[in-house]
Design a protein around this ligand. Structure first.
Ligand SMILES: Nc1ncnc2c1ncn2[C@@H]1O[C@H](COP(=O)(O)OP(=O)(O)OP(=O)(O)O)[C@@H](O)[C@H]1O
Ligand SMILES: [Mg+2]
Length: 142
């Protein structure tokens, strides 16, 4: 069977639309009758990455690919990049300002959760060039 590929544009600074790509992905994944627990891990991870592109970058593109063996979520932006990836992956680390925190973001839990809920997480980032995050979720995991 051919791979299924969905692409979503994530707009910068749009808090009304923030999270909508992962919501659409959720309903489409449900139609594929994937395990509920797997869908939950994918949607939480994609949501966190989507929000990060809204609050820390200038928006970006989210792509979700379903293959017979795995689901791959790629979040690509051309934002400011992540200065220290190791630090960014630590629970509680955030560079969010008070304005962002008032909106309920900035607990520093997004990337740690993406790492926890995906089977593999790769962060490719360059200062002032952008960040591409690739998360893989295995199907039929034993
Ligand atoms: N796409 C991105 N572009 C630039 N910096 C990013 C990006 N994603 C994450 N970061 C940096 O990594 C830090 C940690 O991200 P993480 O998602 O864990 O926490 P947060 O977004 O600050 O808070 P939370 O996700 O809990 O709302 C961010 O504060 C930011 O400095
Ligand atoms: Mg975050």
């Amino acid at each position: 069977m051919a791979d299924i590929v969905w692409t979503f544009e994530v707009l910068a600074n749009n808090f009304d639309l923030a999270g909508s790509a992962s919501q659409v992905a959720k309903s489409r994944l449900k139609q594929l009758s994937l395990p509920t627990e797997l869908i939950r891990r994918i949607v939480i991870s994609m949501y966190e990455g989507e929000i990060n592109m809204v609050i820390h970058a200038d928006g970006g593109i989210a792509t979700l690919t379903v293959t017979p063996t795995e689901i791959i979520v790629v979040l690509k932006d051309t934002g400011k990049g992540i200065e220290n990836v190791e630090l960014a992956l630590k629970e509680g680390y955030t560079t969010a300002d008070s304005q962002i925190r008032e909106l309920g973001f900035g607990a520093g839990m997004g990337l740690p959760n993406m790492k926890k809920y995906s089977d593999n997480l790769v962060i490719d980032t360059e200062i002032n060039v952008g960040t591409t995050i690739t998360m893989t979720f295995k199907l039929n995991k034993k």
